[in-house]
Design a protein around this ligand. Structure first.
Ligand code: CU
Length: 484
């Protein structure tokens, strides 16, 4: 949160109270993400036109990658229902592959004729091509003349892919997606997860410092309605334009997208039927102490400072290259970031975690005189040492006086998203201040994650919207099912 947001909050408080409380009440059943996509050794994609929707009611003409007609992909992770790979989606299908295993991607050009050829650049991959026609940056697909890209990923990590043909126009129109390369030999990881997750692997790299419990993909891109309307008009004209004349500059985007959606749409489920061309959400969930892998890709023209509340995040790797100390080539050397710069074309992997340590009250509401168990020790009253290995409770915080006086609600959990209680769940309901269990039914902490360029947490100038989501920290007793 910031001065800007707080000022806007004050000005709009009465208006927002209704809307935001409605969102807050929906949080317990709200969507969770994981990193859904398609997997295999041979992908059959096409570039195609279609439409996406935005939460202000706008329907926007876009181009995007999708699955070719007749191709039935294998979806990953297994267990999701309602999976889909439409003819056009934004972003394109997330391709999930494994280090050292050869991959081919056939791309057909089914864009409207005025769009011309198209292609895919795979960041960080040594690609060979067959078919298609020669282009400036790579071999291109032309109408009726598909191209095949082949590569064997040599390093795990998160990567972007995007059009290498008239990139200023085609990426703006939506021709971009993500490639996830899983490690051939994952690290040996001691499980810290509470329950289970739909993670694709146990570690991001073959390195124990990259073990994780849950993972989320965040593709940041902006969208200019003027450009899309202009292109749509040229395509639909009778007769259509021979070639699209792109007027990209001056560039005034109105939509600021995370995985093709704007807040609050990004908090709905992946594959939700309401978004047939925007299958992926952006809505991280975690239990305290779990290790959350953030896979971040800058897909647009602009850099969007991705700021997360609750804690900093440790950078593991950039563009699939682990950042290790030159002293021993083993220790993590990436910074602990308050804001991840989503540099255009760059990807970044980071680990986020949160235990409640340091908040100066007991998020589990153990009273100062209550006997309890923490970190394997039975404690007659007051705090004990260490972190509980199962619930991840920070034992030294147990036994703080109740009721506590937490700091300003804006610090606790983002103003109006504040659930009404400083406690996670209702573990000791009889100990809590009167009414607390009733006004914090979700038992979650909600931390805003958003673009720190606050112009970008709007949807066509309407706040709140755009590049904003809520990280939900759920009580250990709450099941996180990332398919929902
Ligand atoms: Cu903020």
């Amino acid at each position: 949160m910031s001065h800007f947001v707080m000022q806007m909050r004050n000005a709009l408080q009465s208006l927002l109270t209704v809307a935001v409380l409605a969102v807050a009440l929906l949080l317990p059943g709200c969507a969770r993400a994981a990193v859904p996509g398609i997997t295999g050794a041979a992908f059959q994609l096409q570039a195609h036109a279609g439409y996406i929707t935005q939460p202000d009611g706008q329907t926007i003409y876009t181009w995007g990658y999708g699955c070719a007609t007749g191709y039935t992909p294998t979806f990953a992770p297994a267990g999701f229902t309602g999976t889909s790979c439409p003819p056009m989606q934004l972003p394109g299908p997330t391709l999930i592959v494994t280090e050292g295993q050869a991959v081919s991607v056939v791309l057909s050009d089914n864009l409207p004729a005025p769009a011309g050829n198209t292609s895919i650049i795979f960041s960080g991959q040594k690609v060979t091509t067959s078919g298609g026609v020669a282009g400036t940056l790579t071999q291109e697909a032309a109408p009726g003349n598909p191209v095949t890209y082949s590569f064997t990923p040599s390093s795990p990590g998160t990567y972007g892919y995007y059009s290498g043909t008239r990139s200023d126009l085609q990426i703006e129109m939506g021709l971009y997606g993500a490639l996830i390369v899983l490690p051939k030999t994952p690290a040996t990881c001691a499980s810290t997860i509470i329950g289970s997750s739909y993670s694709l692997a146990v570690s991001a790299y073959n390195h124990p410092a990259t073990c994780y419990d849950r993972e989320y993909l965040f593709q940041f891109a902006e969208l200019s309605l003027d450009v899309h309307r202009d292109v749509e008009a040229q395509v639909l004209a009778q007769p259509p334009a021979a070639t699209i004349t792109a007027k990209i500059e001056p560039y005034h985007p109105e939509y600021f997208l995370v995985n093709g959606r704007s807040m609050p749409d990004d908090m709905d489920a992946s594959y939700a039927p309401a978004y047939p061309a925007q299958p992926y959400n952006g809505n991280p969930h975690m239990h305290p102490g779990e290790l959350v892998l953030m896979r971040v890709v800058g897909q647009g023209r602009w850099q969007h400072p991705f700021h997360f509340h609750g804690n900093h995040a440790r950078v593991l790797a950039r563009d699939g290259n682990m950042l290790l100390s030159s002293a021993d080539n083993t220790s993590l050397a990436g910074p602990l970031l308050f804001t991840i710069p989503t540099v255009s074309g760059q990807s970044l992997d980071a680990i986020f975690t949160w235990t409640g340590q340091g908040l100066n009250w007991d998020v589990y509401g153990i009273s100062a005189t209550q006997a309890h168990t923490c970190n394997g020790r039975t404690v007659a009253q007051g705090p004990s040492a260490g972190l509980d290995p199962v619930t991840h409770e920070y034992c030294p915080d147990h036994g703080k006086p109740i009721p506590v006086t937490p700091p300003d609600n804006n610090i606790v959990a983002n103003g109006l998203w504040y659930g009404g209680s400083p406690y996670l769940g209702t573990p000791n309901a009889t100990q809590l201040p009167p009414g607390t269990t009733l006004i914090n039914p979700s038992g979650s902490y909600a931390y805003m994650w958003h673009s720190h360029n606050e112009r970008e947490i709007t949807t066509n100038d309407i706040f709140p919207g755009g590049m904003m989501m809520m990280l939900l920290i759920d009580a250990p007793s709450t099941t996180i099912d990332e398919r929902q």
